[in-house]
Design a protein around this ligand. Sequence first.
Ligand code: CO
Length: 436
Amino acid sequence: MSTHSQQYNQELFHFLDAAPTAFHAIEELRGLLSDQGFIELRESEPWNLSKAQGYFVIRENCSLISFILGSEEDATQGFRILGSHSDSPGLQLKPKPAVEVEPYLQLGVEIYGGPLLNPWFDRDLSLAGRVSCADTKGGLTDYLVNFQRPLLTIPSLAIHLDREANDGRAIDKQKALPPLFAQRLGEQLPDFANILKAQVLKQYPGAAIEEVLSFDLFCHDPQQASYLGYNDDFIVSGRLDNLLSCHVAATAMAESNLRHNCLFICTNHEENGSTSTTGAQGSFAEDVLSRILPDIEARQIALRNSFFISIDNAHASHPNFKETAEPSHLTVLNGGPVIKVNANQRYATNSRSAAVFKLLARKAGVEVQEFVMPTGKPCGSTIGPMTAAKLGVETIDVGAPTFAMHSVREVTGATDPYKLLQIIQTFVDSSRIERS
Ligand code: CO
């Protein structure tokens, strides 16, 4: 592995560990972009934009759009657009999470998106997310909390009590999932709202909180991102889908030469359909574009001159289940970014956009792979097709090859993040945008 790869992976590991939820991911991206001189804009205020400057705007703590107005271009010459999503599938606490099963306190959870549920059992889990509090002056303040330490577990039923467990385990989600959180010691079980309030005060000493009113809290695996394999061949972490892509895109933006127009759209709620104020089906991208280019015709010209790379992890062909992969399109870890193709437009890639990406990869000196499902098998999807449809911009879907997608711990190749970054950097700094 090259020194560049190693150095980049350390930054990526730090980001993965610091971002257990979409809220934390966006907060980290805010820091990453601010450190490189990007200016934060607010949608509720007027904007005064200048060239050769990077900007970003955050919607509701969980989606971010960043853009650069290049020093050498007019906005109508189009944007090099990058897209990723800030959320990952998992378990979200219910509004009144306390489930008392004497003498234990458990927490009720909903399933967020489509996680692989089995790997969530027998893990040391923690809690993180956003807490909305009434403050002592009658206002509302949001706080990001992360308990960090192992706090919860979902114990499996022992094999002796479930002899079928290894032959076909079905999960009764309402019954089997509430994690174990505490046990009665004295008179009463701990009160969850008080626990949250104490955690906010621990992380924000002196915060003038009167009461916790509401929260979006998620279970997460606090085990840190790491190398794995005899030669550090692989990377393992939670939320590689899709924090890997978020970090690659944000890094390319942050390190851009500011000469060319770029736009990075990082939206929430991909894992449950993207229909929200902060999702890719929402108005965020169009709202930001109409602020950059208020004239409709100028905006349309800019979009027709743009090219969109939608980045979301791709399946690597599993060595134990090769029959699930298309034999002539096997994708491997450490094989470089994967171009995702689907005849029914579950991915937005077409021959033209694939060719553009291949040219960029050639320029960057990186090999790419191509993924397609075996004939007749249904295919996943991502933000590419919906953004392509909404904005009418030419699009390709790509991503790092991954095992165990949507597990609590996913696997990618140790060299894959940097290879992806090299292509995205080449795109961001390219002097012309290839397109139809
Ligand atoms: Co994804």
